[in-house]
Design a protein around this ligand. Structure first.
Ligand code: DAH
Length: 343
């Protein structure tokens, strides 16, 4: 906009320059150049010249208002930030915490340890999903529709019918399908599946709604329950760094036949009896069994040619026993006093 009055025109040029340079664009509305024009207006004698001058000053003020408004609506687009990154909450500007300030969560540390041992035993690791469906949670695992065994898993379901997996067994069908062609070339399936699982539990020191499991799947020609027991025993002896006894007792899972509950002699008291094993000398650790022929068939694997075993157990439980952690709820509490003990 062009101004007729020389004073207004000079002030307009100065104020626009100021606007371009200012970090806080609103400061132009408080600039002395603008205030001086209003002061001048106050002392002008009434008349045509004053009216003309007043009109131009008001027009300039409106132009500046408009510039400030346009700038602030354009600057709503902010630099993207990673909301999951650990920020220093005390810094005036968003600033990432240095790596040295944090440490691995005890569950993830334990998981690394477990993966490393199974890695040496020839297993590959695949993470499970955190959102799944009814087929992978139940149907592909030989749970008939409306079978009461489905109720053993207090499963969270979304309004759309998606499922927050209640066990890592949801991955069995995928792992079996993916390994089928290798199997036919003579490469056995050896996969472990760590993952986060969810159950609608009544929470207490031993029950959380969110916890971690480790699933294992092994399929090849001629695999039997002896391989299952030896594999788990070899892992546990490596994990606890000592010789252990193991035992199984019959159990029921729809996806294994036979199914077992697997127990080990207490590594903390060598069967003498202690708090960890409830003075029984044994710790019931996980569920396992020979993969049900229907589960193999569902993945396109012929159960008359191939057999396999699977297991699933809690990572939280292993970690709690190892460090004498008394309450599972500490893991998700974000309690720094708890976490710093493991840093
Ligand atoms: N998915 C079972 C659970 O969470 C544990 C389990 C049992 C997994 C037997 C297996 C298995 O792979 O063969 O209760």
């Amino acid at each position: 906009m062009r101004y007729q009055n020389d004073e207004v025109s000079a002030a307009a040029a100065a104020l626009k320059k100021l606007f371009d340079r200012a970090e806080d664009k609103r400061s132009v509305l408080r600039a002395p150049e603008l205030a001086a024009l209003y002061d001048r207006l106050k002392v002008l004698p009434a008349g045509k010249a004053r009216a003309e001058f007043g009109k131009e000053v008001n027009a300039l003020k409106s132009e500046l208002d408009q510039m400030v408004r346009e700038h602030s609506s354009a600057s709503v687009v902010r630099k993207p930030i990673d909301v999951t990154a650990p920020f220093d909450v005390n810094a005036p500007e968003p600033k990432l915490l240095p790596l040295s300030s944090g440490s691995k969560h005890p569950l993830m540390k334990e998981l690394d340890n477990i993966l490393e041992i199974f890695g040496r035993m020839g297993f590959t690791a695949i993470e499970s999903r955190q959102l799944d469906d009814d087929y992978h949670m139940f149907s592909s695992l030989n749970f008939p529709k409306d079978h009461p065994a489905r109720d053993d898993y207090d499963t969270f379901v979304t309004n759309e019918g998606l499922i927050a997996p209640a066990h890592t067994s949801t991955m069995q069908n995928r792992v079996l399908k993916a390994g089928k062609s290798g199997l036919e070339k003579g490469e056995g399936i050896r996969v472990i599946i760590p993952g986060r699982v969810f159950r609608n539990e009544d929470l207490d020191a031993r029950h959380e709604h969110t916890f971690y499991q480790l699933e294992g799947v092994y399929v090849d020609k001629g695999i039997h329950a002896g391989h299952l027991i030896a594999t788990l025993q070899a892992f546990l002896e490596e994990y606890y760094g000592q010789a252990l006894e193991v035992k199984t007792q019959p159990f029921y899972f729809p996806f294994t036949e036979p199914s077992f509950e697997f127990a080990l002699s207490c590594p903390f008291c060598q069967k003498k009896g202690c708090q960890v094993c409830s003075y029984s000398g044994w710790i019931e650790l996980l569920g396992c069994g020979m993969i049900h022929p229907n589960v193999l068939r569902e993945a396109g694997i012929d159960p008359d040619v191939y057999t396999g075993f699977a297991w699933g157990g809690g990572i939280d439980r292993l970690t709690m026993m190892k460090y004498g952690i008394e309450d599972v709820r500490y893991f998700h509490s974000g309690n720094l006093t708890f976490l710093r003990q493991f840093s």
